[in-house]
Write a new protein. Structure first.
Lengths: 417, 198
């Protein structure tokens, strides 16, 4: 009988646990992974090249489609880069709105991650619970931007429009009678802020529910404790950021260390793990959800008390109000120039980064003074995390590969760009 | 912030004196251009020297300057830009290295210094055709298997050269020359300095 030592197996790109279009070539010794070679690029759309051929405003919606489960965080980095290069002042209210939606986005992302990660490891119920809460947050997206996912809501200099005073309502249908509809619409009677406040008061209890299902669950712990361990030194060297880095015990969060927008005015804590394994990263992300909830609550309180403009009054970068455009020649010219030629950003280069739900998401923008960027480089956290996959799965079983892909929180929109 | 930038400048000039080509500060960011020869020593120093300690390489990307300001760029065409982050000092640094040959750009690999450079360098190789000497596994990463060309070079058209379609006779997908007409919706416009400012 011939002695076969290593066995090469193909995993993906069409596999439900591959979180998109990941193709992994696994070299196995029995059931133990000896080497993993991720093949990426199956979703490559050359976003960076497209951005070189579009005006600054036209490429904004592409940002939603990078990490398509944390849309507004991507946009935030993009508008920050433009604002840094052009020196645009952003009204305080717009910054609070941005922070609030960044944290809503973080919840959306972490809920998606938790549900999918649970499903990968065999916990079905969490998925259903998480999607129940995601529905409310997507309604908030829809109320403010008209789109449930790809919001395209941030603009260089602020946000597209102020928060709405009414929420969309459910309507009676064959499935739901009038009484059921009244119950479903109960928390939608006020403004978006009322709706979100109601959500933030419910949400901590929901997080408790997820934790009841998982945190002390024996099977969950058997599948996650000691899997994919990263030491703090190694995680730093590998360029890992975000909850992955904090799970290894490095206290590094851009919201605290290099605060952008209004994070320095808000009160929140940064959870840090101890062992750097999948279980610790799970705990870090669950605690981050609680902290995000706190931040959203503070933003709601501030936004209630402080009305004001939500986009800059500099009409070189932001369009004038519709009404004034129709009465004022100069405003009309501004509007016309902005939407035909686009804004001109003075020559220079800038790197702006945000604490994206997955890690550090950065935009490196080079402008040569034209109405389009000369070069746009997107620093995607998932790209770096996936490059560490080989090291993390070595010596683990095949089933743990799925766990580690899950704990990296991989989304292919940003990795392949 | 400004005092911090000053101290970073002092650290850099004292440690790397003759290896620095230029040091530039703008928008609260420090950019240094270093020479290609001996760049690995510089990078190692940036990572290990006590006053610098840039332990993380956040980003690495290729640059093609051939059409910068409508072709008015003087200097080498290809460069690699590194974004470094120091947790210890909480600051960032941008490092730029130019490749000496415009037709065959070669740069030394830093994957021995920051392991995550591996994939970033594969990406720059794939998209710009920059060769990284000393890289353990320089393969294409984002483009298709068997792709020809370097798509992010400025002379590569946006629509590409080939397109893919399903061929019912051969019952598989085939490549054919691209049929998309090149078009420009919004032209690229360069205005003089301070255009339209009151």
């Amino acid at each position: 009988m011939p002695e076969i030592k290593n066995y090469t197996m193909n995993f993906g790109p069409q596999h439900p646990a591959a979180h998109g279009v990941l193709r992994l070539v696994l070299e196995l010794d029995g059931e133990v992974v000896v080497r993993a070679d991720p093949h990426i690029g199956l979703l490559h759309r050359a976003t960076e090249k497209l951005a070189e051929h579009k005006t600054y405003l036209q490429s904004l919606p592409y940002m939603d489609r990078l990490d398509y489960v944390s849309m507004l965080s991507n946009e935030h980095a993009y508008v920050l880069a433009i604002e840094k290069l052009a020196g645009i002042e952003v009204p305080l209210r717009a910054q609070y709105i941005r922070v609030m939606f960044d944290e809503i986005t973080r919840l959306l992302n972490h809920l998606m991650w938790l549900g999918a990660h649970g499903l990968d490891i065999g916990a079905m119920t969490v998925f259903l619970y998480c999607f129940r809460e995601r529905e409310d947050l997507m309604d908030a997206y829809e109320a403010v931007s008209g789109a449930r996912m790809h919001a395209a809501y941030y603009r260089p200099g602020g946000v597209y429009r102020d928060l709405p005073d009414t929420m969309p309502q459910y309507e009676a249908s064959k499935i739901h009678n009038a009484a059921a509809i009244r119950k479903m619409n109960a928390n939608r009677q006020g403004s978006l802020l009322d709706f979100l406040e109601d959500f933030t008061s419910r949400f901590p209890k929901h997080v408790d529910e997820y934790e009841t299902l998982l945190t002390d669950n024996r099977i969950w712990k058997q599948r996650t404790v000691g899997i994919g361990v990263l030491s703090p030194e190694r995680a730093t060297a590998l360029g890992i950021t975000g909850p992955m880095l904090r799970g290894s015990g490095v206290e590094w969060d851009l919201r605290k260390k290099q605060p952008y927008a209004v994070y320095d005015r808000l009160d929140f804590d940064i959870p840090v793990g101890r062992n750097g394994d999948t279980y610790d990263r799970y705990l870090v992300r669950v605690e981050e959800m609680r902290q995000s909830n706190r931040i959203i609550r503070q933003c709601i309180d501030w936004l209630r008390l402080n009305p004001g403009p939500v986009i800059t009054a500099n009409h070189k970068y932001a369009p004038p109000a519709r009404e004034s455009m129709k009465q004022n020649m100069e405003e009309l010219i501004h509007h016309f120039k902005l939407f035909t030629e686009g804004m001109h950003i003075s020559e220079g280069e800038a790197y702006a980064s945000v604490e994206h739900p997955k890690g550090e998401f950065g935009i490196y923008m080079v402008s040569d003074g034209a109405n389009k960027p000369y070069r746009l480089k997107i620093r995607a956290p998932g790209f770096v995390h996936l490059s560490a996959l080989d090291e993390m799965v070595r010596g683990h079983m095949i089933a743990d590969v799925v766990t580690i892909i899950g704990t990296q929180d991989i989304v292919f929109g940003e990795i392949d760009r | 912030m400004t005092t911090d930038m000053q101290s970073l400048r002092d650290e850099l000039t004292s440690l790397l004196a003759e290896k620095l080509v230029s040091i530039h500060e703008a928008l609260g960011e420090t950019t240094v251009v270093i020479k290609l020869s001996g760049m690995l020593d510089v990078m190692t120093q940036l990572r290990d020297a006590k006053g610098l300690r840039f332990a993380q390489m956040i980003d690495l990307c290729g640059m093609d300057y051939s059409e910068y300001r409508e072709g008015q760029w003087e200097g080498r065409r290809f460069a690699v830009v590194y974004h470094l982050l120091s947790h210890a000092h909480n600051r960032r640094l941008r490092v730029r290295v130019f490749a000496e040959d415009d037709d065959f750009p070669v740069i030394e690999s830093v994957s021995g210094i920051w392991p995550n450079a591996n994939w970033f360098e594969r990406e720059a190789f794939d998209l710009f055709g920059i060769i990284f000497t000393g890289h353990p596994d320089l393969r294409r990463i984002l483009t298709d298997y068997g792709f020809v060309g370097n798509p992010f070079r400025k002379d590569f058209p946006l629509s590409g050269h080939v397109e893919m379609r399903y061929d019912p006779e051969q019952q598989r997908v085939v490549y054919q020359p691209v049929t998309v007409e090149p078009r420009v919706v919004t032209p690229r416009i360069m205005r003089e300095e301070n255009y339209g400012s009151n």
